[in-house]
Design a protein around this ligand. Sequence first.
Ligand code: ACM
Length: 617
Amino acid sequence: MKQIILMLLVAFSAPVFAQADANLGIIPAPVSVKKYKGNFRLTSETIIMTDSPNHRAVRYFADYLKKSGMGNSITDMTMLDERHRVNKNVIVLALNFKGDLPSEGYELDINEDKIVLNGRYAGLFYGVQSLIQLIKPVSAGNALIPCAYVKDYPRFSYRGMHLDVSRHFFDVDYVKRYIDIMSFYKLNHFHWHLTDDQGWRIEIKKYPKLTEVGSKRAQTKIGSQSKGDPDLYDNTPYEGFYTQDQIREIVAYADARFITVVPEIEMPGHSMAAVASYPELSCDPTRSYKVGDHWGEFKDVYCPSEETFRIMGEILNEVFELFPGRYIHIGGDEVPKDAWKASEFCKQLITDRNLKDAEGLQSYFISRMERYINAQHHSIIGWDEILEGGLAPNATVMSWRGEKGGISAAQQGHDVIMTPGSGGLYFDHAQSKSTQEPLAIGGNAPLSKTYAYDPVPAVLGKDEQKHVIGVQANLWTEYMATNSKADYMLLPRMLALSEVAWTPVKNKDFRNFSEQRLPGHLARIENKGYNFRVPVAIGASDTTLTGAKFTMELAPSVEGAKIYYTIDGYAPRETDLVYTEPVKITVPQGKEIEFKTIVITPAGKRSNVTTAKLSNK
Ligand code: ACM
């Protein structure tokens, strides 16, 4: 009987990889897809016709074709009369079309002779991304695109990915690659965490010490701070910052991909690097301060003085010049009040301003800065601590300590971006509970958890829900000293985020995402040279199964990867058995056999080892 139940379980949970994918492999899953028979054949002869040859989407597509070795000609169809427009072997990219599409929407009509992509402004770019995802190379200069009709538009207007470049610095090339991968998946806001206790990373011409002093730390903490590792440092100086020219280069690069850069200039806390550079920003300028060399909160924060507001205003004047987007993120999180409580100046300020206590100074500080930023035609975003003591009038709240802050802000009529660590959106958390995961800050945010997150809390009424303008995941880099570690923590979770941010809830399906679409994407991502966490084989897990006869049915989590397995208790590797078909295992009465698997990709990346204990005891 046990066996029968087990066989049924296996049948019910059989991987869905063999089924046809209703989303045609596109990530994030579109709003609607209709499949037709046949394929469009893309070759270097295919003509690209467009009504907008200078649109960023058209230039991006032309560049893509050139890099793929095709170099197709781009024809401005507005220069042709009806008779000269081709109707065979042509791809039309149009902004001016009949009909209506939601903001950032596109429709893609693929027939054997012709592809028509209509897009509503940025929608044309997103349609190009979907089109590129559909291209299946056959041989050099020859590819197939399956016939289909796709209509698509995003669920949220703010689709963000954050990168902390303070705890560890990531160079211009890395940041561009980060922006590239965001744009493949239709994310549109890059939250660039440029300043923190451990390093100030943006050149400010009027305050050169911010980078001369603030971009350098003497050493860096080794190992985990929270798990009680020994108090050890690497004794190695660490530094890095972006010049204003480099920042302009990155902002333009992002803009070409419809990504707005949101700079974060942290205040009043997480500011040791700036206070070390200019002690007059602190409440006790007679002391000397050093750039942080370990993690967590630091007690020395900006003093809410006129001097600080003047300096911060002058810093922001340069920030406004560099970042044309609407939002400036002013941080506002984790502000210990110790320095303010000890300061005679702050005590007097609390009295003069009729504030309740030192907590009120936080709200006073943020509101002062908001007034300045609003006057320069920008809007502030702050972490949810900016709710404390009362929200600044026009602030957008980034809810990271769960959803409570976001809910409260939406109820007060403020815009909200959801980014709760508890929702699987902190990508510094580990990706499984396995001891095989690399050092992470803690927590557990597996791909399935990120994928399942819904940014709109059910407690909000319809009008309040409209204030949830989007969602973001954060990559805090205390424990990511290398590009490959950052990639590993980012991918594939960022693809799940893209589906959270873009896809209607009713179209979300984790099995379809992880088993049918993700393996092909991970193969592409590997070919593009990114690192990523290789998911364990589809159908494999750390588990105990009871019975006598087992059929282990698996599929690779990355297209083209191999699954190796053992039944001898050793960790599998390339020298072991290769999975080619369901493995039948008989366990003698009273015994247990361990079935272990690993996925190894064509480039040699490895998944964790899984162990299924097959027990007939
Ligand atoms: C945060 O994670 N301190 C916003």
